[in-house]
Design a protein. Structure first.
Length: 87
């Protein structure tokens, strides 16, 4: 089954990647947010640097903050954004 999702990038992530959002058709082995992040990193260059697993980065799936173990589903919306600090 082909899975299609919408991915949105916010703040410094959007600026670094030069992309605000995109609709992606995922390969069968992309099941979780962690898988998605690794798959996007495999694009190389700025993608690998900006979305690297060691970087502080927040993720949400359908408007719920989520961790790398959260499963993606057909039609879901995923967001990547930097952590927000207040003061």
């Amino acid at each position: 089954m082909t899975m299609q999702i919408r991915v949105r990038y916010f703040a410094s992530v959007r600026e670094a990647l030069g992309v605000e959002d995109e609709t992606l058709t995922l390969p069968d082995d992309v099941i979780t947010l962690g898988d998605l992040r690794a798959w996007l990193c495999a694009r190389g260059d700025v993608w690998a640097d900006t979305l690297a697993c060691g970087r502080a980065l927040r993720m949400a799936c359908d408007y719920q903050l989520s961790d790398a173990r959260a499963r993606v589903a057909n039609g879901c919306e995923v967001a990547f954004f930097p952590p927000v600090t207040g003061g």
